[in-house]
Ligand binder design. Structure first.
Ligand SMILES: C[S@@+](CC[C@H](N)C(=O)[O-])C[C@H]1O[C@@H](n2cnc3c(N)ncnc32)[C@H](O)[C@@H]1O
Length: 261
């Protein structure tokens, strides 16, 4: 049986929460909340971009009681998020939306995007486009908080991502190849995903998804942002309120746009 090529985050939605099972989204929500409280006390509303299966939005709603809208381009990821929302009796609104085409007729106190979703943007002009889109849904005091990963992270991550394999509770078997092209600064994650029959052995479907992320140095990201009318409020290393530097592996940027009327 030939593997069928799939768009990013279509079949992967079936195994996403399994491969992220060791990620503590409550801790991540605490960190995002800490950033918001430092730079925008008394926030009410949050828009999450590229929310995936909704784990951060659901944690933020449960722990901090914010009013949250979670959005993602992938219909399969949003469908998983809605299922979790219903199961947890949460009231996050989950919507399908490309963050390069934001269409919401309201403003939020904070717009958030985590877990290197921005690394899916391969060109500086796409990041500038994203920043322009975000301007539609913020006011001059709102924050745009997003993280990205750096070359050092990709070099280290290959060790634990490459050849990762497993079987999920919903009968999917997956195998991941992960490699980093240092010259192009592109990180590839290739997933072979097989749907298994109830005997847990017979393969009924074979899927293939290639994920390509552009990896940015801190300086490259600063150069992109500095060419826009966003101001850099802070840049944090990993999950602490400590200033990021050239050695940081994951950097969380906090931006504001003072030119908005
Ligand atoms: C690594 S996952 C992170 C998901 C989620 N933020 C989390 O923490 O689990 C990247 C997500 O970015 C989404 N994504 C990629 N490009 C996007 C775009 N142009 N607009 C909206 N979502 C996008 C994917 O569909 C995927 O759900």
């Amino acid at each position: 049986m030939e593997a069928v090529n799939q768009p990013e985050y279509s079949t992967l939605a079936e195994i996403y929460d399994h491969i992220m099972q060791n990620v503590d989204y409550d801790v991540w929500a605490d960190f995002i909340d800490e950033i918001i409280q430092v730079h925008h006390p008394d926030p009410q509303s949050i828009l999450e971009l590229a929310c995936g299966t909704g784990s951060l939005s659901l944690s933020l709603e449960e722990l901090m009681c914010y009013e949250i809208v979670g959005t993602d381009k992938s219909p399969a990821m949003i469908s998983k998020a809605r299922n979790k929302n219903q199961k947890q009796a949460s009231s996050v609104r989950f919507l399908e939306m490309d963050f390069l085409d934001i269409s919401l007729d309201r403003k939020f106190d904070a717009v958030v995007s985590i877990f290197d979703s921005i690394n899916y943007l391969h060109k500086s002009r796409s990041i500038k486009k994203l920043l322009n889109e975000v301007k539609k849904v913020i006011d001059r005091n709102s924050l745009f908080i997003f993280d990205f990963t750096t070359p050092g992270n990709s070099i280290q991550a290959i060790e634990y991502l490459d050849n990762e394999e497993g079987t999920t509770e919903n009968n999917y078997h997956f195998f991941r190849k992960s490699r980093y092209d240092e010259e192009l600064q592109i990180h590839y994650n290739d997933f072979k995903i097989e749907k298994l029959a109830d005997d847990n052995e017979t393969v009924t479907e074979r899927h293939f998804e290639q994920h390509k992320q552009r990896i940015y140095t801190l300086q490259q990201m600063l150069d992109i942002i500095e060419a826009t009318d966003f101001e850099i409020v802070a840049k944090y290393d990993a999950f602490d309120l400590i200033e990021a530097d050239d050695d940081s592996l994951r950097i969380t940027m906090v931006l504001r746009c003072p030119t908005i009327q």
